[in-house]
Write a protein that binds this ligand. Structure first.
Ligand code: NCD
Length: 345
């Protein structure tokens, strides 16, 4: 039986891209963020450092209008709560503004407008675009078609690099480093774009990965090959409980129901991993449980009150890391005193 989820049949366009990866929109050299490999390790660390400086502004403790006069276009062709809202919060906390595509069903997409035409048009309205699309590769396509930077907020089962930045920020906050940790990635590693992007970054920082999924939802072999080519230590398993004692981070994910071609196939794996507070008893004291959210039933509510839970902080960190990222792509320097007298209170 086919799932009743909404799927987008929007044509991409005529296949002609106008602009290469490095852009020169509005006089500044700009690039898009399509995969986490668009950023070097040094770039990532610089963004995390800027994000830390911006914490008081993200919390509204200081007003720092670094992005005054700048406009972000939120183009979400797939449902989103955190990613879309945190992009909006990031812009507005820094004095910038946002326009939204809004509900796809009330946009010209339903009239058959191609992604190419939508992007070419919004490109003229804004300084930067955050985009989510159900088709893998759509963000790269958009970037090839636009002059302003495109921030990939998720392309189908492909990549989700801005999520990776907030994930890394959260890990560094808890452990003081993102290097050399043992990280268990759990759940739907086949369709889950957050873990596709995060695994690349973690391996580049020398982390060891335990990939825990049912056999049918294993990390795609091309990704495993890439990670191994980077020298990664990878263990694949179906046993979540066995991974708890050695883990520094347990990163839970939702089974991506909307990406299954078939309801029966989904039902065979639904609810397969459930983490409860009792399961965490053998863990290291500093171990953190993360989840990109939304959760279904894979993390029990009793985990929320343990010292390990970090998913709500993680969601907040989406604001501060997206602030830092937008500043960087728009060529706006984050002042060292951003958290004190850098802003007006
Ligand atoms: C994730 C996504 O959209 O890939 N959500 C998010 O951005 N925080 C994870 C998910 O939907 O399961």
């Amino acid at each position: 039986m086919k799932l009743g989820h909404w799927s987008l049949s929007q044509p991409l366009g005529n296949g002609y891209g106008r602009v290469a990866a490095v852009k020169r929109g509005r006089g500044v050299i700009l690039a898009s963020l399509i995969t986490i490999d668009d950023l070097s390790n040094e770039d990532i660390l610089a963004i995390l450092d800027d994000a830390e400086l911006l914490l008081p502004a993200a919390k509204g403790e200081v007003y720092l209008p670094l992005l005054q006069g700048k406009l972000l276009g939120n183009l979400f062709f797939e449902p989103s709560t955190r990613t879309r809202m945190s992009f909006e919060a990031a812009m507005k906390r820094l004095g910038g503004d946002v326009i939204n595509l809004g509900d796809v069903s009330s946009s010209s997409v339903v009239k058959g407008e191609t992604l190419y035409d939508t992007i070419r048009m919004v490109d003229g309205y804004v300084d930067i675009i955050a985009m989510r699309h159900p088709r893998q590769g759509a963000a790269q396509y958009a970037s090839d078609s636009a002059e302003v930077p495109i921030l990939n907020g998720g392309d189908g089962a492909g990549h989700h690099p801005t999520q990776t930045l907030l994930d890394l920020f959260t890990i560094r906050q808890a452990h003081g480093t993102i290097e050399g940790l043992n990280v268990a990635l759990v759940g739907d590693l086949r369709f889950g774009r957050t873990v596709h992007s995060l695994s690349h970054a973690l391996v580049r920082f020398g982390c060891s990965l335990t990939l825990i999924s049912p056999d049918s939802l294993r990390m795609p072999s091309e990704i495993i090959d890439d990670l191994q080519a980077l020298g990664a230590t990878i263990t694949q398993s179906e046993n979540l409980k066995a991974a708890v004692p050695d883990a520094d981070v347990i990163y839970m994910t939702r089974i991506q129901k909307e990406r299954f071609p078939d309801e029966d196939e989904y039902q065979r794996v639904a609810g397969i991993f459930k983490l409860s507070a009792a399961d965490l008893a053998p863990s290291k004291g500093g171990m953190i449980v993360m989840h990109p959210l939304p959760r279904v039933d894979e993390v029990a509510p009793d985990v929320d009150t343990t010292v390990h839970a970090r998913y709500f902080e993680q969601a907040f960190n989406g604001v501060v890391t997206r602030m830092a990222l937008i500043c960087r792509l728009l060529g706006v320097a984050v002042p060292q005193n951003a958290g004190t007298n850098g802003g007006e209170s």
